[in-house]
Write a protein that binds this ligand. Sequence first.
Ligand SMILES: *[C@@H]1O[C@H](CO)[C@@H](O)[C@H](O)[C@H]1NC(C)=O
Ligand SMILES: *[C@@H]1O[C@H](CO)[C@@H](O)[C@H](O)[C@H]1NC(C)=O
Ligand SMILES: *[C@@H]1O[C@H](CO)[C@@H](O)[C@H](O)[C@H]1NC(C)=O
Length: 354
Amino acid sequence: MLTSSKWLILIGITAVQITVSESQQNDQPNGEKPKSVRQLFNTTSCIPPPYRCPHPKMQFYLYTRSTQAKGELLNTLDNDSLTASRFNRNHPTKIVVHGFGGGRNLSPSTDMRNAYFTKGNYNIIIVDYGSLVKEPCLGQIEWAPRFAGLCIAQLVEYLQNHPTKSVQPEQIHTIGYSVGAHILGLVANYLKVGKLGRITGLDPTILFYMGNNRSRDLDHTDALFVDVLHTGAGILGQWGPNGHADFYVNGGSSQPGCAHDTIFQTLSCDHTKVTPYFIESINSREGFWAGPCSSLFSYLIGWCEPQDTDYVLMGEYVDRNARGVYYVTTNAKPPYARGFPGRSRRLRSITPYS
Ligand SMILES: *[C@@H]1O[C@H](CO)[C@@H](O)[C@H](O)[C@H]1NC(C)=O
Ligand SMILES: *[C@@H]1O[C@H](CO)[C@@H](O)[C@H](O)[C@H]1NC(C)=O
Ligand SMILES: *[C@@H]1O[C@H](CO)[C@@H](O)[C@H](O)[C@H]1NC(C)=O
């Protein structure tokens, strides 16, 4: 059951969304957005029974450099499906889990794939909840992430046990944004043998798990290396650090350019900004160099002067030895990365958006 505090938060945010929807009615004549709290409990995002993995609403699409335009649907009940696909076990494998508000043909899934294929050869498997999924299904919030975690664990085991193209969980890098980050944390609970190599959590939300049960959270026990990028509001203090290395971008709580397009983005707001940062890190020449600081306050007032050697890269090429909390300041517009702060330059948030 949801606790009463969660209810208040969910309903409070729902009310915001309803206001937004109504004010946008003229711009959105198709009227697909839920208009009432009741509808949010029964949207197209709700997982239809039977609750078995693999589930038709949770599909795995493989993308490779030669199949960038059209993903190949993997059937975890059939080894031939991977055999016949372009999956190449000599290339790095990424599993990408978006929140309940995305799809494989939507940004940021598409942008992330473009970035990786610009860089090189990868097997990128997108966990897709179907193109209809636009809003979270409130009635299933409590258990839907666990169910998704179970089905993704089945995918990981499918790759692990494949007769000719097997890849061990330790070799897999998984990337989850918003609730997808939590779903990846749950995968660990279902893997029978081995551990995921890396989980990158892109702004795990406070919405779904208010932190009263750590076993439901993403934490450092869930993979050999867990790195987390924080950009959403209300995180510090109450939320995180979650991983081996936690990166707070521009202080971690407020980013320029928040959109209020769907309830999911309204819930997330600053939170959606995290993916462009991560995607840019894949091909960035400058790099998002982040430094340690004793507290957010010290960072904000510019009191932190890390040694040059204390800086680590945030994002795709993070140093796996990084441990603890790091802060990084970005530009307001792409390219976001500011490069290495340089000797004797303070790590500070001053004019971060100029
Ligand atoms: C949910 O929505 C579907 C389709 O709109 C409808 O058939 C079904 O009866 C609804 N279920 C509940 C519990 O309201
Ligand atoms: C795939 O092959 C492996 C090894 O032969 C076997 O253990 C596994 O059950 C097969 N999986 C499926 C889905 O047929
Ligand atoms: C935390 O969640 C897990 C998984 O849902 C459950 O098995 C466990 O009993 C919960 N622990 C507490 C203290 O509620």
